[in-house]
Design a protein around this ligand. Structure first.
Ligand SMILES: Nc1nc2c(ncn2[C@@H]2O[C@H](COP(=O)(O)OP(=O)(O)O)[C@@H](O)[C@H]2O)c(=O)[nH]1
Ligand SMILES: [Mg+2]
Length: 200
């Protein structure tokens, strides 16, 4: 109180036509963030969601289930709510459900299984689909190689996952919903991407 100096308005001179760089605003207290789980059937979208939300591992979840899970979460000292959209059945590109999830989604977790080369190869199409739906190149997304507990069945080396992520300019992480390896880290990673792209 009574400190005149602190009342002075800070004036930033901006040249006309100069490129004004905005600062990311980070996370907003109380806000809800929508994350979307994408990837071929069987890669572990539901398993990662349930592991994260309720710390359980289920082995026989209905592959057709399409659900949204909510979790209160703390990050960077802010309390936020995460809504995790667990998609299913995206094999049928005609099904508009996945399109809708992509439209409303703010962060995308693109998952393959390290035991399936095919699921890995799907990610390029998936990214195209997201870029097309969002009509932007700046999409908060990450690549996740799940089932990293199944080392003996590995078909995709971590280096390939990393190389694809470099091509997409996004982070890469390997997880296991079964052993609860890097599940929380994967959510933190995509949230970090969201905060990078959130400008005032
Ligand atoms: N070993 C192992 N199995 C997993 C892992 N994640 C999922 N699974 C299994 O893979 C199958 C498909 O998982 P699910 O979550 O239903 O895949 P979704 O179709 O992508 O939702 C299930 O039998 C899961 O128990 C994991 O990290 N490790
Ligand atoms: Mg599922």
């Amino acid at each position: 109180m009574g400190n005149n100096a602190s009342k002075k308005k800070k004036v930033t001179k901006v040249e006309i036509g100069a490129d004004v760089k905005k600062e990311p605003i980070g996370f907003v207290q109380g806000k809800q963030y929508k994350l979307v789980m994408l990837g071929q059937g069987g890669v572990g979208k539901t398993s990662i969601s349930i592991r994260f939300v309720s710390d359980r591992f289920v082995t026989d979840y209905d592959p057709t289930v399409e659900d949204a899970y909510k979790k209160d979460y703390q990050i960077d000292g802010k309390e936020i709510t995460l809504e995790i959209l667990d998609t299913a059945g995206q094999e049928e590109y005609a099904s508009g459900v996945q399109d809708k999830s992509i439209r409303v989604g703010e962060g995308f977790i693109c998952i393959y299984s390290i035991t399936s080369k095919e699921s890995f190869q799907r990610l390029k199409d998936l990214r195209e689909k997201i870029l097309w739906a969002k009509d932007s190149e700046n999409i908060p997304m990450i690549i996740v190689g799940n089932k990293c507990d199944m080392e003996k069945d590995r078909q995709v080396p971590a280096s390939e996952g990393k190389a694809l992520a470099d091509e997409f300019h996004c982070p890469f992480i390997e997880t296991s919903a079964k052993t609860n390896t890097n599940v929380k880290d994967c959510m933190d990673l995509v949230l970090k991407e969201i905060s990078k792209y959130n400008y005032e």
